[in-house]
Design a protein around this ligand. Structure first.
Ligand code: NAD
Length: 489
């Protein structure tokens, strides 16, 4: 389906540009705005109200004021709102997909995939909302009845990154709504439009005023600062870089704040000598090139057994060379732009450094000339000590390194401070269990390159973060336990 300029314009004009505070779309108190650009062209596509710390405080006041009533709202009502929003986003799936392509750059087909995935959190947590049971038991001594209740943790601050504009928001908002929490949501300034539209849908679905407040702004820390300093805040859930996550954790210590941290990754993808090489190439391609490699789960290091390295590399490089970089609205596009020029420069600097350290460029390795921030799909043959293996690349660049034994592959995989996603390809399920036992990653894909699912507990170990999103565990992040000892045996 071809997207016309008129269709883009109409969609962009329909997106609310204000701050959502206490159920009203408001102007920023400073009267300032900030611009959002299309990374495929570098052109401004929208201007949003630029919230400052006063607006953030007003948004948080609204969340606090709404908390007690929202906590008392029956779970079924909360679930029904989520389910209605899910149905409404399904009806407007093309709008959401196009908006993500316009502000973030991913090809439309991938943006449609994100609508399915991201919206899935609303459905999943609409189901979980009514199935979150406490328990009662009798004390072992027979002296007390013990009741364990779940309570909403309280007002939350939710901070999301730019790479999955819908899914990162729904993955936090849906469980918070399901649990009975109120919140301030702050999206990344590079991609706030999808969040604005999502918030509008949530309001239309019947969410009471003040439960979800949205502040967009050009200065992240001036929005998070006053909220995090406020003792009424009970929880922060952050998805973004490990560096910013660490800073927020330091601040969180000030009020002993509950934290969920979904941070960076350095995912190994291991291809063993007994793998189906074609399936491994397909999985590797998906694990690397989805979202232009701008995913925390993106395969970042390709560890390939030396017996299959030549075949894997040849076929994988052919897949990369078949990609068509173009604006995501172009039906031919299979690779969108990098989010902005700075991010593209960072990727190129990593490639340049890798080459200086001895990497061989198998394909790509350069910026694509012309408008927008495109980067060539790139494969590098590297030695084990190449510095690129220690960095989160966040772009369409695949360093390939060989190994000889299973133990060596496991040690190489674990040789990072990160621990989010990992992938392995092998025909031997017993090997899968052996590796899973030793590998230090929160997520592992076995013969598959895309593993995220709303029903799965997503999250990392080591410096990839704390907590889990999705699955039965996702709602726990937004609840706290209360134990009541009842002296009525
Ligand atoms: P980022 O850390 O720069 O920004 C993330 C969010 O934090 C944005 O909303 C940003 O405005 C905000 N922010 C930045 N500085 C802040 C500060 N000082 N105080 C408060 N908020 C601040 O990350 P990014 O570039 O938007 O996203 C890419 C990173 O996110 C990568 O490292 C990637 O691995 C990670 N990520 C992790 C997951 C996961 O689930 N583990 C998912 C997606 C992305």
């Amino acid at each position: 389906m071809t997207v016309t300029d008129a269709r883009e314009k109409a969609l962009l004009e329909s997106v609310p540009t204000g701050l959502l505070i206490d159920g009203q779309w408001r102007e920023a108190s400073s009267g300032k705005t900030f611009d959002v650009k299309d990374p495929a062209t570098g052109r401004v596509i929208a201007s949003l109200q630029d919230a400052n710390s006063d607006d953030a405080t007003a948004a948080f006041d609204a969340a606090c004021a709404a908390q007690a009533d929202w906590a008392r709202t029956p779970a079924r009502e909360r679930a029904d709102i989520l389910r209605r929003a899910y149905d409404m986003i399904n009806e407007r799936a093309e709008d959401f997909a196009l908006l993500m392509t316009l502000e973030m750059g991913k090809p439309l087909a991938e943006a449609r995939g994100e609508v399915v995935y991201g919206n899935g959190f609303l459905r999943w947590f609409s189901e979980e909302a009514t199935r979150h049971y406490g328990r009662t038991l009798t004390a072992p001594e027979g002296t007390l009845r013990m009741q364990v209740n779940h309570k909403p943790v309280g007002p939350c601050l939710l901070i999301t990154p730019w790479n999955f504009p819908l899914a990162m928001a729904t993955r936090k908002v849906a469980p918070a709504v399901a649990a009975g929490c109120t919140m301030v949501l702050k999206a990344a300034k590079l991609t706030p439009l999808t969040t604005q539209l999502f918030a509008q849908v949530m309001m239309e679905a019947g969410l009471p005023a003040g439960v979800l407040n949205v502040v967009a702004g050009s200065s992240a820390s001036s929005l998070s600062g006053p909220i995090m300093a406020d003792e009424r805040l009970r929880k922060i859930s952050f998805t973004g870089s490990t560096a910013v996550g660490k800073k927020l954790m330091e601040t969180a210590a000030g009020t002993v704040l509950r934290t969920s941290m979904e941070l960076g990754g350095n995912a190994p993808l291991i291809v063993f000598e007994d793998a189906d090489v074609d399936a491994a190439v397909e999985g590797a391609f998906n694990a690397k090139m989805r979202n232009m490699g701008e995913a925390c789960t993106a395969a970042n290091r390709f560890l390939v057994h030396e017996d299959v390295a030549e075949e894997f590399t040849r076929k994988f490089v052919a897949r990369l060379e078949a990609l068509t970089p173009a604006r995501g609205t172009d039906p031919e596009s299979t690779l969108g732009p990098i989010i902005d020029d700075g991010a593209r420069e960072d990727i190129h600097a990593l490639v340049t450094e890798a080459v200086a350290a001895g990497a061989e460029v198998l394909t790509g390795g350069e910026k694509v000339a012309g408008e927008g921030y495109f980067y060539q799909p790139t494969a590098l043959k590297v030695a084990r000590d190449n510095p690129i293996l220690t960095q989160e690349i966040f772009g369409p660049v695949a360093p390939i390194v060989t190994f000889t034994t299973e133990q060596e592959a496991i040690e190489m995989a674990n040789d990072t401070e990160y621990g989010l996603a990992s992938y392995l390809f092998s025909r031997d399920p017993s090997r899968m269990y052996r590796v899973a036992e030793q590998i230090e990653f929160g997520l592992m894909g076995y013969n598959v390159g895309v593993i995220s699912n709303p029903a799965a507990p997503f999250g990392g170990v080591k410096q990839s973060g704390l907590g889990r999103e999705g699955g039965a565990e996702g709602i726990e992040e937004y609840t706290t336990l209360q134990y009541i000892a009842v002296n009525d045996p």
